[in-house]
Design a protein. Sequence first.
Length: 681
Amino acid sequence: MIQDAVSRTIHAACPHDCPDTCAMRVTVEGQRIVRIQGDPDHPTTHGALCTKVSRYAERTDHAERVLQPLKRVGPKGAGQFVPVSWDEALDDISRRLSDIAARDAQAILPYSYAGTMGLVQGESMAARFFNKLGASLLERTICASAGGEALQQTYGGKVGMHLEQFANSRLIVIWGSNSIASNLHFWTFAQAAKRAGAKLIAIDPRRTETAEKCHQHLALRPGTDGALALGLMHQLITHDWLDHDYLAQHVEGWPALRERALQWPPERTAEVCGLTVDEVCGLARDYGTTRPTAIRLNYGMQRVRGGGNAVRLIALLPCLTGAWREAAGGLLLSASGWFKPARNDAWLQQPQLLAGRQPRTINMSTIGDDLLRPASTAFGPKIEAVVVYNSNPVAVAPESRKVVAGFQREDLFTVVLEHFLTDTADHADYVLPATTQLEHWDAHTSYGHTYALINEPAIEPRGESLSNCEIFRRLAARMGFEEPCFRDSDETLARQAFTSLVDAEALATTGWFKLPLPDAPFAEGGFPTANGKARACGPGLELPDHVPNHESAASTPELAQRFPLAMISPPARNFLNSTFVNVKSLRDIESEPLLEMHADDAASRSLQDGQGVRVFNDRGEYHCTLRVSRRARAGVVHGLGIWWRKLGRNGTNVNELTHQHLTDLGNAPSFYDCLVEVAAL
């Protein structure tokens, strides 16, 4: 039990899907949250939190928070429930899951992602439960798997330079990232470099808040990042801005990559990317002649058909120039691979509970199609039950009209662990109240820095809420799972989440621990590939290339005639995916669902700033307010997301328009590879 006291401060960690993974200090008096602040001693958080998380107490004590188990009494999607006891809910859920499992446990699907990034409340007790059950496996692809697979193929893992070293760079290329909104602490280091004389260049179809504060913004067409990388390589080669020794010693497949890059002169690159020749040549000159040079790559640019190939090409750029030789040079997309030997995943998830079974795998990005599939030899059993935790698929999954239809099936048994009645929870048969980060134990890694963190509970769970782990523990007991691992407490899971590479005493004392890694990890090669080299191509690995979008004038000209605008759907600044949308103070800042459009595109359609518009294609239509904005380049519109559907103007959100086609690598969704048209309401 958490003891009442006059005032106490505990170590915490931000749980959300953000590279910053901030170390926090939470001050409470009794059970009242007094203050939430960034840990001033943590080197990457340095005392600062974003607007969203600084208001986390408002989310924890939100008037609409679900604080007791709920059972559906109305039609699916209507959000009509009555409260029930935990015993009634768990007894019925365990009975119905047992009945399905007796026929075929693969008809049960867990559906989760990064509502929390915690190792404990994410996939520990939940993984044990579903492994023991023999349920279908979930391929978790919704955000980053294209880029992750690209790094795996190129570097051998999801590894990169240290966040703090950006402060010492002389040129920083911010590629596909609105860092001010989604990577605030990187931006602090970039600003420090800027004050010291570094040049900042943003590459992004949208003129973001970050792009506005850089020295230069290159507004390329969505899905052409790979072409730009090849065009830069062409210039690096022809001007001999290369580190020949680094290429010879530490890069596999360079001769083949060189020949491919020479097919991309500035004129071709500029035409494909929608840039000028001077912009292509100028960027190459800056990149090839400045030391040290760093690239902060983010995941927005890989959410297109060719996203994986594009990441591979961009990741090879610092190998051409030898930027890796210096601590402040190189590239960062994800640092999560550094934690691989430090994570106690096998113990947390207990894969041996599968006992030799090999359940099918369902891709979370195609849930709209998969919930509507009948049983077949190829697919396996029809999905009869879905248990959703740490996710809101009705709002966030692509082609949401199909997702809604799937969750509205009367023969689908749906259980949702949640804090609020989200779009997905409205379709549940049972909603189970889950704890927030302030109420439970957890352990955290990061994909933006190299510090492990611990999260201690600051307050007792509000109402009848239980942690994810406790809910799955209780379900396991009711289903007769007798293995001792189902009795491990949340605190035990958190304290044993890391191997001996993480100093447990440091975690307990300060709340965080920095992994012992060299400052310039690839100065002399040593990539975590089989031969220690970065790979352009080789046995079992094809040479990367520019891959056009699924939907574009080049790939689908007839479709582009009917739907001539490319749409990307970047996150609204004060939301994080679909989290925080129901926090009124943050929603008030965002005002309403918006579509940003260039003035020329608006004028050609006789549209005015501030009017209601419908954005549509063959998959559906989305109603929102038009914002004529210099943030948009001609031919591209921005549907800012991700609003809950039920808070939208016509009960939809931007994912009504996205499709379920997957990326070239990693089986990820192509959210930013979408053609639409816009008309007045």
